[in-house]
Design a protein around this ligand. Sequence first.
Ligand SMILES: *Cc1c(COP(=O)(O)O)cnc(C)c1O
Length: 389
Amino acid sequence: MPFPNPALNEPFLLTPGPLTTSEAVKRAMLRDWGSWDEEFRAVTLEIRTRLLAMLDAPEGYDCVPMQGSGTFSVEAMLGSFVPKNGKVLVLSNGAYGQRIAETLAYLGRAHTVINKGDYLPPRGAEISAALQADAAITHVVAVHCETSSGILNPLKEISDAVAAEGRTLLVDSMSAFGAIPLTGVRYAALVSSANKCIEGVPGFGFIIARISELEAAKGRSHSLSLDVHAQWATMNKTGQWRFTPPTHAVVAFLEALKAHEAEGGVAGRNARYTENRDVVVAGMRALGFETLLVDDWLSPIIVTFFCPASPAFDFTRFYELMKQKGFIIYPGKLTVAESFRIGCIGRMDAAIMHRVVQAAGESLATLGVNDASPPQSALIERAKLAAKE
Ligand SMILES: *Cc1c(COP(=O)(O)O)cnc(C)c1O
């Protein structure tokens, strides 16, 4: 499994999906498939089976693939599992939490939000308090890794708080599933998509849900195409997707799942991504960069760095210089300070992350930045918020 593919002179995507895929995944797309054909139906069944096999406790769960980007699957999950008279508590600490609240507004589902700002984690005690204060809340939606800051939210703690109050947990595990274990987490449903930690190409997502929840979702969805129960029932009956599946993306995903298993499953993937993160964080800190998050909350998925305070630093030029050296980085999404992000996921290993750090150092030198440390104000803001946590 070569990491970079020397035959392809394309940059590495240090982004949280689409991301850099293996040559085998790309090659799997060189054949056309009939969506109704038995061979393709077998592929669909195999990906569902392999995804369930990644769970610590798959008994009582089933997996439903859904066309579209990850957001389509989040919307499908919310519309299918939250009853029209339900009420949702959204745990938000970034753009994806906000998107969940926005989706619920579209769906006309009552909801309330614990908003932790840009990068503080929702904690068990505040969730318990919110649930005790409002008996109407039926469901809690959590984001596993909030990709906008890279924070790894304490999902087990969240799950314990939700279960203790007898409510139902739904999880956006988009950028975590397949690389972060779900040990001890009690959830009714979670979603992820093809182009994140399994390292497939974009085109579909999947919902993993308790079978009892799938059964209860019949007739509930606001949407024909995003009806999880209907997709599940049809797939179980005919082996087919209800509407045209992204066939090439699906067969590429099976290839990606085989590589995931060969790497040692969730534990193997977690180990590689963690090493990628450790190399990039240590290297960038040695250049003077600072991470937005303290070490405890850093995920092995994506890391946010403050932009240097130096007036010689210009993000657009830095981005272009990094791209010329073969690395596509990702702009930041913070309100508190200028920042950028470096993804640790995709077909990349520690050797490549060392090259990323080297490229960052060279790019700083070209810009004439000799100190990459962030503005003092960003660090003060970070310390103030962290103290509140
Ligand atoms: C990627 C991602 C999504 C889905 O984004 P799409 O652009 O629709 O694929 C949702 N939630 C999180 C946390 C993500 O990282």
